[in-house]
Design a protein around this ligand. Structure first.
Ligand code: DON
Length: 307
């Protein structure tokens, strides 16, 4: 029998000695000042058994991992209408790239690059005030995790706003193609606050449970999304969840996964486990260096790759 707790304890010990830890995101002070030695992992099995190791209880900025929850909410709100405004193909470009938008008439390749997530924020804003859309996102992730400790770091949101010139360019460019329909600043307010969600690996793995269990919260049995939709969100995570590093992540790890520049990755082993890792150092594609390595070792030792 696989002793998961022993496996993840071993992985934490191995990561503590790793020579190459990547480079911590430095575009805003709250990310730049995070200790690069931090490493946490949480694995929640389908039966609810929870394995934690390292800094698994320390909150971090989940950044683009939140794009998964934004997409889930937008699909719940407008269903497949989402796909009229956002594609489902990997971009092969950096997460904040603008180039494809010109020839593709303001339709982002997928919901997990910045441009796609900004369109999703426009959908979530709807006819509401930004504060209501932001509050809904926070309520949603707290409900998924089944606890209230998750929060939005207002300092991170303010810094995103202050430095987010590329995101402002993306939003305005898409506005010119009528693929952003609300006030650009309000849409970005929703997007920046979503990026500023903070939670621990344990809370992130709890939040992602519906994706391992056919769209249901395995603890309560409540349906979050249909099984079909969960399967499709997982497919997008596999093909697009690591930007221009998605092929490499599929090759090495072979699980649906979504990364963020805070160094977090949510990975899903369908039917088996919801997994969150956090190591702040990033590789050249903006994905967690050791988070990816840790997941690679986890699937090697558990056989959880979907391939
Ligand atoms: O919007 C941005 O550019 C930042 N908040 C970073 C988002 C992110 O995590 C992209 N990821 N790898």
């Amino acid at each position: 029998m696989t002793d998961l707790s022993a496996i993840i304890a071993d992985i934490v010990a191995e990561m503590a000695d790793a020579p190459e830890r990547g480079k911590v995101a430095d575009y805003i002070p709250p990310l730049a000042t995070v200790d690069p030695m931090k490493f946490g992992i949480a694995v929640i099995e389908a039966d609810g058994t929870c394995h934690l190791a390292g800094d698994a209880d320390e909150p971090f900025s989940i950044q683009s991992v939140a794009k998964v929850f934004g997409l889930t909410l937008a699909l719940g709100s407008v269903g497949d209408q989402v796909w009229k405004r956002v594609g489902r193909e990997p971009s092969g470009t950096a997460f904040n790239s603008i180039v494809q938008l010109e020839t593709e008439r303001g339709i982002p390749r997928n919901p997990f690059i910045n441009a796609g997530a900004i369109v999703i924020a426009d959908i979530l804003l709807g006819r509401r005030q930004p504060s209501e859309a932001i509050a809904e996102t926070l309520r949603f992730v707290r409900a998924l995790a089944g606890e209230d400790g998750i929060y939005i770091d207002d300092g991170v949101a303010a810094d995103e706003q202050r430095t987010g010139f590329r995101n402002k360019a993306l939003a305005n460019y898409m506005r010119a193609f009528d693929n952003i329909v609300h006030d650009v600043d309000q849409v970005l307010g929703v997007y920046f606050h979503q990026c500023a969600l903070a939670m621990s690996c344990r809370q992130l793995a709890l939040t992602g449970r519906y994706l391992m269990s056919g769209g249901r919260n395995p603890e309560t049995g409540h349906s979050i999304v249909s099984a079909n939709r969960a399967r499709r969100i997982n497919a997008l995570m596999m093909t697009c969840g690591h930007y221009d590093g998605s092929g490499e992540f599929a090759f090495r790890v072979g699980l649906p996964g979504k990364s963020g520049v805070g160094g977090g990755i949510l990975a899903v082993a369908p039917g088996k486990a919801s997994i969150a890792v956090w190591s702040p150092g990033l590789n050249e594609r903006g994905n967690s260096q050791l988070g990816t390595l840790a997941l690679e070792r986890l699937v090697q030792r558990t056989g959880w790759s979907v391939f």
